[in-house]
Design a protein around this ligand. Structure first.
Ligand code: MG
Length: 260
């Protein structure tokens, strides 16, 4: 099932996107007063898919990506956090900070948490997963190389595109994950080459921190990362999960304060 979060008639709710002839219809997944039938997609406003308490990103979860960065594989899953303020949805722009040097794309499978929990056993981890989506772990690569911590290079606003919807069915292990820039494939791998599975990551991360409903785990990127440039259209495609498309733009010359 493909799930969107939408606003319609002043109500915010999750809805299932129709398929085939009904691809322009939404079916409410909860009881909304006065809404009994399908909602036309064009009459609803898309909202961010989730409002997570945290976004946990796993690094070096594909052997070929660790090799291209000349990094040794970690002995246990390595992860860091991105702020929820980095999230943007399908169609929204990735904004390049002018001072940051090279900015890279990283195509990744996102796992969305349903029921929260701490110390979730591996054999119960699947029951805590709401669904899956395409994500882009946008990274200021030059800054990353010069710093010990990842808060800056991974944390800029717009550095976590997520979408285009939440798919509740787990993608096939053979599914491809790829980055397409301006129509050209630049990065491609297969989910089966992931070292630590999504369920094992849920279990492992919950040994450290309580996972909350709506939290997002990015599961690592395969080989082939490369730079984004202003004017690009970047697409993250995962077989079975649709296509996440984002334009790339420079930050405004004189970025205005937004501190009111
Ligand atoms: Mg990454």
């Amino acid at each position: 099932m493909r799930i969107l979060r939408v606003r319609y008639r002043d109500y915010d709710f999750y809805a299932a996107l129709g398929v085939g002839e009904r691809e322009n219809e939404l079916t409410c997944l909860q009881s909304i007063p006065g809404i009994s039938g399908p909602v036309p997609l064009e009459e609803a406003t898309r909202l961010p898919l989730v409002t997570p308490s945290k976004i946990i990103c796993v690094g070096l979860n594909f052997r070929d990506h660790a090799a291209e960065l000349s990094m040794p594989l970690p002995e246990r899953p390595a992860f860091f956090l991105k702020p929820p303020s980095a999230l943007v949805g399908d169609g929204e722009a990735i904004i390049l900070p002018r001072h940051a040097g090279r900015i890279d794309y990283e195509a990744e499978l996102a796992v969305i948490i349903s029921k929260g929990g701490r110390r979730i056993p591996l054999d119960r981890a699947g029951a805590h997963i709401f669904g899956y989506a395409c994500a882009n772990d946008v990274t200021a690569r030059d800054e990353q190389k010069g710093e010990l911590m990842f808060g800056r290079c991974k944390g800029y606003d717009t550095f976590c595109p997520l979408g285009p919807w939440i798919e509740t069915e787990m993608p096939s292990p053979d599914a491809f994950v790829r980055t397409v820039i301006n129509g050209e494939i630049r990065q491609e791998g297969r989910l089966c080459d992931m070292i630590v599975s999504p369920a094992a990551l849920v279990s492992h991360i919950s040994e450290v921190m309580t996972l909350e409903p709506g939290d997002v785990i990015l599961t690592g990127t395969p080989r082939g990362v490369g730079p984004l440039r202003a004017g690009d259209e970047v697409r993250i495609e995962i077989e079975g999960l649709g296509t996440l498309t984002n334009p790339v733009e420079w930050e405004a010359e004189t970025a205005s304060p937004n501190a009111d």
